[in-house]
Design a protein around this ligand. Structure first.
Ligand code: ADP
Length: 549
């Protein structure tokens, strides 16, 4: 991954960390605060629900007490002294019940027979043990009881808060049992008051329901006694909405923060990495031999200092390299001149000796002069030829033209060189092993010259005992290689460092320039010529060139 990408990612991560820590923390806090708020709201709503029920009970109690003390009831008690069933009719209780705002009212005789029922007139004459049992209650407070009523749903049991009071006239006693039904009316009132969904339950049966709230919900139950309960259902929707809202804002914030961080990261990374990348490229070029490489980026601080130092270093490197190359060249040419002089001196001695012999023979008037002359002329001509060869090869070495580069398929080149050796000398076998499609940019003629030279050297090395020349062409990712291996005597270690020097030869009549020229050609191509040799195992020359794809 590039430095630029890594920096941008690091910035993004840095922006995410505080958000990642904050989001759960804030959400937990928010949820706690909201649910505390909801709890408080539910508590107060439940309390006011309970108060409303208590108030209803108190109102019912007062209404029953006022009714009992009213003159109308006193009249009824009096009239019913002789014959209660005649004085009190089935429809007596109903108007009394209505006038006091009650929804349950029954008049009983002392034994518990219903004389009149406001909520269920058909009860007249029947005992109603459940309702009559309220007369045994000690507490003046209304108590919950299941009362039978008939409404549009038919005859059913509805819970009610009722209380009982006796009305005495002389020795006769009339029981007044009255109260309020816990029905739809109360449920609707509680729902309005508490903003909750209210259900009145008798055991498991739902008697009334009012109000509606959005899910999700949470419930509170108010037990009224005798299996009668009021269930208040509160909505948590607002709380959830708030949490989601905060979460959404956080996500939006996170997205924006992330985008901003990545952008900032990229911008900063660019500022930081641009000079570093330029430097890396510069170092790579210097590595490839471009000594005059100068990095031009406008930057300050440590990186700026680094760039300046790098530029100074390459400038120095360049001048040092130039000086080094110049002095090496001088030394090399001095060596070449010394050897050339030596080479030229060699034929001069036999020439001089031949001429001196001829002069001496002629001065002596020796009769063998014609024969000696012929022999000496032969020697002189031979040595002059040798001189010419030395001069020719030297001028070729000295004036090596610049390579004319073109894509060359090394496999094809090797094959065409080997075709020259289609009929090798006696005892010598030529083998090739060629990988197809290995192409290098090279001067075809110069490369042919190198290969011819290497194969010729291999053959010459095996002139005595015979053997095999093996030519291989292969390519690696970056390099194209040709290997020329022979099974000759090999190169002794003490010669190995010298065989590329001009005029180093171990051959009678050799010039010692072949490998020197080959090495120079490869050097000019940006390649190299290596030799590997185990004594007695033959020599292996490998030429390597940068591969062209
Ligand atoms: P020359 O062939 O004229 O001697 P070169 O520069 O081609 O000049 O070779 C220099 C020397 O390197 C040779 O004289 C020989 O000693 C040695 N040499 C080159 N190729 C081989 C080889 N294949 N096996 C053994 N020695 C070799």
């Amino acid at each position: 991954m590039r430095l630029r990408t890594r920096l941008a990612l690091a910035f993004a991560l840095l922006a995410l960390v505080p958000l990642a820590v904050m989001v759960p923390f804030t959400l937990t806090r928010l949820r706690a605060t909201l649910s505390r708020g909801l709890d408080a709201r539910m508590e107060s709503a439940t309390a006011s629900g309970q108060e409303a029920i208590d108030r209803t009970a108190a109102t019912a109690r007062r209404a029953v007490e006022e009714l009992v003390e009213s003159p109308a009831l006193e009249d009824l008690a009096r009239e019913s002294r002789e014959s209660p069933s005649r004085a009190i009719r089935a429809d007596t209780a109903r108007p009394l019940m209505k006038s006091r705002g009650l929804t349950v009212l029954a008049l009983f005789d002392r034994k518990g027979t219903t004389l009149s029922s406001g909520h269920l007139p058909a009860r007249r004459g029947d005992p109603d043990p459940v309702l009559f049992a309220v007369t045994k209650e000690k507490s003046p407070q209304p108590v919950p009881v299941k009362v039978s009523v008939r409404d549009n749903q038919g005859l059913r049991e509805v819970p009610a808060l009722v209380t009982a009071r006796p009305v005495d006239y002389g020795d006769s006693r009339l029981w007044v049992v009255g109260g309020v039904l816990l029905d739809q009316g109360l449920a609707a009132h509680l729902a309005r008051l508490t903003q909750a969904e209210v259900a009145i339950l008798s055991g498991k049966t739902e008697v009334a329901r009012a109000g509606a709230v959005l899910a999700p919900t949470v419930a509170r139950v108010l037990p009224l006694g005798e299996g009668v309960t009021v269930r208040l259902v509160f909505s948590r929707a607002a709380e959830r909405e708030a949490t989601l809202g905060v979460l959404r804002s956080f996500l939006l914030l996170a997205g924006l923060g992330l985008g901003f961080a990545v952008l900032l990261g990229l911008l900063m990374a660019r500022r930081i990495t641009q000079p570093v990348e330029a430097l890396t490229e510069g170092v790579r070029r210097v590595g490839q031999g471009e000594m005059d490489e100068q990095v031009r980026v406008d930057t300050t601080g440590e990186v700026g200092e680094l760039v300046k130092t790098f530029n100074r270093m390459t400038t120095e490197l360049r001048s040092t390299t130039e000086r080094l190359v110049a002095s090496e060249r001088v030394a090399a040419w001095q060596e070449v001149a010394r050897r050339l002089a030596h080479e030229i001196k060699n034929p001069l001695t036999p020439i001089r000796m031949s001429i001196e012999t001829l002069v001496a023979v002629q001065d002596a008037g020796d009769a063998r002069f014609p024969a000696i002359f012929k022999q000496s002329a032969g020697v002189i001509l031979e040595e002059v030829d040798r001189l010419r060869r030395i001069v020719d090869e030297f001028s070729q070495f000295a004036r090596l033209p610049k390579p004319q580069l073109e894509p060359v398929d090394l496999g094809e080149l090797a094959k065409s060189v080997l075709s020259l050796y289609a009929t090798p000398p006696e005892g010598i076998e030529v083998r090739s092993d060629v990988q197809a499609g290995v192409v290098a940019k090279a001067d075809r003629d110069q490369l042919t010259q190198v290969l011819v030279n290497l194969v010729k050297n291999a053959e010459e090395a095996m002139a005595q005992g015979g053997g095999t020349v093996h030519v291989r062409v292969r390519g690696t990712e970056r390099e194209a290689q040709v290997e020329v291996q022979d099974s000759g005597p090999g190169i002794p270690p003490e010669h190995r460092a010298r065989i590329f020097e001009p005029y180093f030869t171990t051959k009678e009549g050799g010039t010692g320039l072949g490998l020197a020229i080959a090495a120079r050609i490869l050097q000019e191509h940006g390649g190299k010529l290596d030799v590997g040799s185990e004594p007695g195992q033959g020599a292996c020359f490998t030429l390597s060139l940068p591969r062209a794809h």
